[in-house]
Design a protein. Structure first.
Length: 403
């Protein structure tokens, strides 16, 4: 074969490998409509929103519009939205900002054992600086018991922070009940809704939420932009100091293209939400049922129904999650084991361990998270290749032959 032929046959092979992206909990593709409006705010309307001239005023107008679009998605008022540099920063601002603003009241935080590291590591940091943190347990489905929240509140409690939807196993928490308990006791309630905004309906008033984190790149917007909703009247100290931006809650020249892109993504998500949610639930359930039917000794991780519409997380016993991922990648399927943040480390997921999943089973977890572009054919393809990959890997596994 000459060089050209080799190249041609390689191209052919690439074309024939189907590509299926099933890692939407790690990040989502940016929608073309979002890219389009962002480029306008880089190439044409590039003013600084703080400038008084027309370039600046136009940028300010666009930021204000995006603030309304995001507020609408969660039932908030535009003045209650603070733009941040992503979901992680929003979580940091919520927790550190409330702890500092409420230092006179106390220094106790209540959270759960299955939070994203943006919350857990922030709490651990604050513990080193004198805060007390209660890490509530979860049941085998990954649910927090609102009764445990009630019992954990003390006169020193300044914040309850429990996520809306878990990024690994998809379990949706009883946010409204937890919020009601916190409010009744005069304690602020924050929820990391990064996986939930744009996926399931959220109404901050109806759900008794005082602070809520969201992120652009988990909802078909750009990376490096997020929001913190802060209920009107709630005082929060800034984490990043500088100018008077974002009503003195987050200094720094606004990321105008990111903000405008997130606004657009929020608007589009809101319009499509009911239909997309139904479609994702359909695909998710086909995926879960198909795997459980066709592969023996599989455990579904997370609650069967109180779960994010796009999340499928299974432990395929006797198989390492990592080898599963590599084999799936070879046939064009992008999945994950645990979360994007813990993959690469050999530690089993803190979420699965908190749910009481034994170490050896936690190691075999496989997360597939669907998105708006996935189809029934994608699910068919997974069902076509996954059982044989599982069979092959099990035959190689010393645990399996012994067991
Ligand atoms: C992705 C994610 C974050 C972090 O958001 P970034 O914008 O990537 O910083 C926080 N919490 C949850 C639940 C997430 O899934």
């Amino acid at each position: 074969m000459c060089a050209n032929e080799v190249r041609a046959s390689k191209m052919e092979r690439n074309e024939t490998v189907r590509k299926v992206y099933l890692d939407h909990a790690a990040t989502t593709p940016v929608r073309p409509e979002v890219v389009e409006i962002m480029s306008e705010y880089m190439l044409e309307v590039y003013g600084n929103p703080s400038s008084v001239h027309s370039f600046g005023r136009e940028a300010r107008k666009a930021v204000d519009k995006a603030r309304e679009q995001v507020a609408n998605l969660i039932g908030a008022g535009p003045e209650e939205i603070v733009f941040t540099g992503g979901g992680t920063e929003a979580d940091n601002l919520a927790i550190k900002g409330i702890v500092e603003a409420q230092a006179k009241k106390g220094n106790h935080i209540i959270t759960s054992a299955i939070e994203h590291h943006a919350v857990l590591h922030t709490c651990e940091y604050l513990e080193k600086h004198g805060c007390k943190v209660t890490y509530l347990p979860v049941d085998s489905d990954g649910l927090v018991d609102p009764g445990d929240v009630k019992k954990a509140i003390t006169p020193q409690t300044v914040l309850v922070t429990i996520m809306t939807g878990n990024n690994e196993v998809g379990t949706i928490q009883p946010v409204k009940e937890i919020g009601a308990i916190a409010r009744e006791r005069g304690v602020l309630f924050h929820t990391d809704a990064v996986q939930a905004t744009g996926q399931i309906p959220i109404d901050v008033r109806e759900m008794n939420i005082d602070l809520l984190s969201g992120s652009g790149h988990k909802m078909y917007g750009p990376k490096g932009i997020g929001i913190l909703y802060v209920r009107k009247g709630v005082k929060i100290s800034p984490v990043i100091h500088g100018g008077a931006h974002e009503r003195r809650r987050r200094a720094g020249t606004e990321n105008v293209p990111g903000i405008v892109g997130l606004g657009k993504a929020a608007e589009l998500s809101m319009a499509e939400l009911p239909e997309r949610q139904a479609n994702l639930v359909h695909l998710r359930d086909r995926l879960i049922d198909g795997i459980v039917e066709r592969i023996s000794e599989v455990k579904l991780n997370g609650h069967r129904t109180r779960r994010l519409p796009n999340n499928c997380n299974v432990s395929i016993k006797y198989i390492e999650g990592e080898s599963m991922l590599l084999n799936l990648d070879m046939v064009g399927i992008a999945a994950s084991s645990g979360s994007a943040c813990t993959s690469g480390s050999l530690e089993p997921s803190h979420v699965l361990l908190a749910m009481g999943v034994p170490h050896e089973i936690a190691h075999g977890s496989l997360r597939m998270t669907l998105g708006r572009q996935n189809t029934d054919e994608d699910v068919d393809y997974v069902m076509q290749v996954l059982p044989s990959i599982a069979k092959k890997l099990r035959e190689m596994s010393p645990l399996y032959s012994r067991g």
